[in-house]
Design a binder for this molecule. Structure first.
Ligand code: NCD
Length: 365
């Protein structure tokens, strides 16, 4: 079974192939309008969403398929205490493919391990959001003509912004990408991205606080919302929510062909006056997201027979290290095995297969 849980589940060639299909869909939509007749997509959204859910639904309808699902955990059996694993097994009897959004990191991974149909991660907590990355990649490719040799700035909430984590992982596959991380100290990029993606792939990156100072160097500026719902302390959110506001004055410092992206929803981090600037590409990104999700659904339904391994069994330890991350799916599903994979043999570092929080073996602590 082929699923998309993490963007690195796909090779660069597969990403290229998806972008090619998405471009063809945008030019010849009628060619694809009956490709999924008789197929059903289940959208299991345990967390609020407007564009991701509707974009998946629109994608499936435009392929001629149907959609079932829920948009609020309160409407599902999760409110009665059903596990993600059981939900995935049950939905496998009703649908052909699942798109799941969940507030806990690793929930779509658990679903993929238990479903008999492909599972798409439509955002898991503060962890990853691979289908937003598909939209981002296509937008960058269409605007700049390449995904390599770019200076990409990420600005705002880099700690909880899952779209940032997945896009950095995708960009690690391309040559000559320089990453500029612009955030307040409280919202810096998490350790799993730093250690497992940036450092591991020897990417060039810097961490800064000031947008004005960095904007002149950027080819892409990826703005993000401060993720209110992930804060344990709302006073902290209030303190940080206005950290960065992109306006026409700051845009005047940027290159004439810099491209501004934002996964949306926007709160106030991009002033609406920027929308008329030809460098503002965030609404094009929404359109590209639908085409990429169409290409993705087609690919996963076609790839159904191929096997994808999330982890190499030999390097995984079960119930030897216990994940303590309160944002991990293991924190609320007691029956789940705690699984850690070896990510750094030399230093004996393991990473939770669900949320990627790293740990050492007990005796080495
Ligand atoms: C993002 C998300 O859900 O992570 N939105 C989206 O899917 N387009 C970004 C956000 O909520 O800030």
């Amino acid at each position: 079974m082929r699923s998309l849980i993490d963007i690195v589940d796909f090779s660069v060639e597969e990403l290229d192939e998806l972008m090619k299909t998405a471009c063809d869909i945008s030019e010849n939509p009628e060619k694809y309008s009956k490709k999924c007749v008789g197929k059903k997509l289940a959208t299991l959204f345990f967390e609020p969403s407007t564009r991701t859910r509707l974009s998946f639904e629109a994608a499936m309808y435009e392929l001629g398929g149907n959609v079932i699902g829920f948009s609020d955990a309160g409407n599902s059996s999760a409110s009665k205490g059903e596990s993600v694993a059981d939900t995935a097994k049950v939905i496998s009897c009703y649908a052909d493919i699942i798109a799941m959004r969940h507030p806990k990191a690793g929930a779509p991974y658990v679903a993929a391990e238990n479903a008999t149909i492909p599972v798409i991660n439509a955002g898991d907590g503060d962890h990853c959001h691979p289908t937003q990355t598909l939209a981002d990649l296509l937008t960058i490719y269409r605007e700049k003509g390449r995904l390599s040799n770019l200076t990409v700035g990420f600005c705002g909430d880099l700690k909880y912004g899952r779209t940032v984590h997945s896009l950095i992982a995708a960009l690690s596959r391309y040559e000559g990408v320089r990453i500029v991380l612009i955030s307040p100290d409280e919202l810096k990029i998490p350790e799993f991205v730093k250690h497992d993606i940036l450092d591991k792939n020897q990417m060039t990156y810097i961490e800064k606080n000031c947008l004005e100072q960095e904007i002149p160097n950027l080819d892409i500026l990826y703005m993000t919302r401060v993720q209110r719902e992930r804060f344990d302390d709302l006073d902290e959110y209030e303190k940080l929510k206005n950290s960065y506001i992109l306006n026409t004055q700051k845009m005047s410092l940027a290159k004439p062909d810099m491209c501004v992206l934002h996964p949306l929803p926007r709160v106030n981090e991009i002033n609406v006056s920027v929308d008329n600037d030809p460098r503002a590409c965030y609404f094009k990104q929404v359109q590209n997201g639908k085409y990429m999700r169409m290409a993705l659904i087609l690919k996963l339904l076609e790839d159904e027979k191929r096997e994808i391994k999330h982890t190499h069994k030999n390097d995984v330890v079960i119930n030897e290290i216990y994940c303590t991350n309160p944002r991990c799916i293991t924190s609320c599903e007691q029956e789940l095995e705690h699984k850690y994979k070896l990510v750094d043999k030399q230093n004996g570092i393991y990473s939770c297969v669900y949320c990627e929080k790293t740990a050492k073996m007990k005796e080495e602590n």
